[in-house]
Design a binder for this molecule. Sequence first.
Ligand code: KG4
Ligand code: ZN
Length: 352
Amino acid sequence: MFLLALETTCDETAAAVIDPQLQVLGAVVASQEPLHQQFGGVVPELASRAHMQRILPVIDQVLHKANIKPQQLHAVAVAVTPGLAGSLVVGLAAAKALAVALDIPLVGINHLHAHVYACRMAARREVFPCVGYIVSGGHTCLYHCPSATEFELLGATIDDAAGEAFDKVASMLGLSFPGGPAIQRAAEGGNPRAYRFPRPMLGQGLDFSFSGLKTAVRYAIGDPGQGIDQIAQAARRLTPQQVADLAASFQQAVVDVLVQKALAALEHTGLNRLCVGGGVAANRLFREQLEQALAPRGVELVVAPLALCTDNAVMGAIAWEYLRAGKTSPRDIDVSPGLLRRKESGRTNLPA
Ligand code: KG4
Ligand code: ZN
């Protein structure tokens, strides 16, 4: 009994083979990072075409690694929401083809729920109920998760995701893509109090907003009336210390918001476990300050290792939870690129 999980929501083509005891027999991630690097962000059309090239070789590779034949697959799972439409379609089409050809069940999963489930995979023990926190390049959201199949969205970003803000600010400062690690490095020699950046929406519920903070950094570099080219010129005139101070002050502002919102969600739900996923969870300051804030409150923090934090297919093991409950998706399931704002309990026909 093996599950093949596929992941193509953004710019990683990934596949994993997982058994019912959640042992991972094989996992492959084909990153498109070099492809998008030159553009300073993911180009959706290039992403879907790259998925198209890679999806079958990645599936072959993972079956080879797991040392199993397609006929030994019990089910196929695929992330169908949220993500880039063209990218999602490639994964779903491949999953449907396999499900039909092998006459096995298809399970459409929510990519964000899967990110929380990555913590279950990393911890190798039950982590539900918990507050699920996804902080990535595409998403910033908080979930109340009473069980592995019940997710209630508590809050999400109303504009940019935290990782997106890192990427855009890094690009403004002339730092490399992806911006998060570059900002973290640049911030090492900087003063986090050198610039007084806003902490958007603090104390205002569980939604997030990062675009105003990004604009504040832009105005710290150049004048409000200046266009992108003039800001870029102004950024090139910054001293290394100014870049470090801007990076450190920006990073501190994001981390302050991320930590405070986590505390607010824990208080709101009355839960004492926080499961964090997404690429920004790799941020050292975020981890440190989150640990410092949670320890005195007796809250257990589960953060998956980086390979499970960024996009991967191992977290698609959440499909076993649905399969165990006898829940599979209809053959006409579609993708749903946007974030589902309603309560999403135990559903495998997600976009319907
Ligand atoms: O989860 P992920 O792969 O994003 C999506 O696919 O949505 O994570 C990528 C994001 C990027 O925005 C990147 O800048 C950010 O995570 N990131 C970081 C760090 N490492 C990666 N942000 C802050 N600090 C880091 N150390
Ligand atoms: Zn993701």
